[in-house]
Design a binder for this molecule. Structure first.
Ligand code: HEC
Ligand code: HEC
Length: 290
């Protein structure tokens, strides 16, 4: 074997290999790398002894320390479940006034409420609960059926014009289609409602006629002052909030064709705790206390 040659420039030994006059240096592996490799190997050996590692046929080597992540996960799931059970129990059974006064409960409401609302309600009422055409604003508008937490929870439970046997029932009659009022009267009433929400359009005489028509045909459900009635679930017609629209032609259409919005019932689909949590969430959005 030829003597190993030393490279003139670097002073390193060469391997003796040569390609077209280019020689390969025999550079030793750096010490640091050796130290790293050895310590990592030692670490790996120690680790496989301490921790669950080698697979067997029906089981595996569990390690000297007895660490078991399955168990850790099971335990933290059980803890979360137990905590949720406490909240659910309280939400389902306690008085709304004591729930609303409890910061810990309201923290749960504010954390879980938006998700529950987004999943079940936002499709109709909007993410902010401010409503869409045909779906009422339940964050700001006066509530047709009442705005205390028990009433709101009941509305969510049974729905409105829904299939639930105890559903709330509300119907705006089709005064035009069913020929209860003449077209001119309906137009006059539409103008009257436009005026009630702040835009004067009627002469004094027209206004008197409209007031009479309203008292005779509408007040029984919407109230004498058109402020709505919780007993009938008929909305306030004198404010800025409209379910279907407050322009003259939409109002006219509401009176002519009638309306019958459907709010689904949630009993059976959401738990009592979830329904009551949503009632608290909606009231919280409204800045109201139960
Ligand atoms: C399929 C559409 C739809 C979904 C989904 C829906 N709602 Fe409604 N909701 C309505 C309609 C429509 C009304 C109004 C019914 C009417 O005009 O009489 C209403 C009315 C209400 C009212 C009564 C408002 C009042 O003025 O008294 C509350 C409270 C309410 N919804 C809450 C919810 C909550 C909470 C959810 C989610 C669990 C939800 N809604 C999901 C359509 C929906
Ligand atoms: C039998 C009770 C009842 C009577 C009578 C009644 N309404 Fe209604 N009205 C309702 C209910 C309930 C609603 C809500 C319907 C819905 O949302 O599905 C409503 C809705 C309306 C709306 C739509 C409101 C909106 O926010 O878009 C208008 C407009 C209206 N009524 C006008 C009248 C006028 C004018 C009369 C008289 C000619 C009248 N109503 C008589 C029960 C009644």
């Amino acid at each position: 074997m030829a003597l190993k040659e030393r490279d003139e420039f670097s002073g390193q030994l060469t391997t003796g290999h040569e390609w077209n006059g280019i020689k390969e240096l025999n550079t030793p592996v750096p010490r640091l790398l050796w130290a790293f490799l050895i310590s990592m190997t030692l670490f790996a050996v120690v680790w496989t002894i301490l921790m669950p590692s080698w697979p067997g046929i029906s089981s595996y080597f569990r390690g000297v320390l007895g660490v078991d992540q399955h168990q850790a996960v099971r335990q933290s799931l059980a803890e979360a479940e137990a905590e949720r059970a406490i909240w659910s129990e309280r939400l389902a059974n306690e008085d709304f006034s004591s729930l609303a006064g409890d910061e810990a409960i309201m923290t749960v409401v504010r954390q879980s409420g938006p998700v529950l609302f987004a999943d079940n309600c936002a499709g109709c009422h909007g993410l902010e609960a401010t409503g869409n055409r045909g779906y009422p604003n339940i964050a700001q508008a006066p509530m047709m059926w009442g705005d205390d937490a028990d009433t709101v929870a009941e509305t969510i439970r049974v729905g409105i014009n829904a299939v639930h046997p105890e559903t709330r029932y509300a119907q705006m009659l089709a005064f035009g289609r069913d020929q209860m009022l003449a077209g001119t009267d309906i137009s006059l009433l539409a103008d009257y409602l436009v005026e009630l929400s702040g835009e004067p359009v009627l002469t004094v005489e027209e206004r008197e006629t409209a007031e009479m028509l309203f008292a005779d045909n509408c007040a029984a459900c919407h109230g004498d002052d058109a402020l709505g009635m919780i007993e009938t679930g008929a909305p306030n017609l004198a404010d800025a909030f409209w379910i279907y629209g407050g322009d003259r032609s939409t109002i006219r259409r509401s009176i002519y064709d009638g309306r019958e919005g459907t709010m689904p019932s949630w009993e059976g689909r959401l738990s009592t705790a979830q329904i009551r949590l949503l009632a608290l969430y909606v009231l919280d959005l409204r800045g109201a206390t139960p």
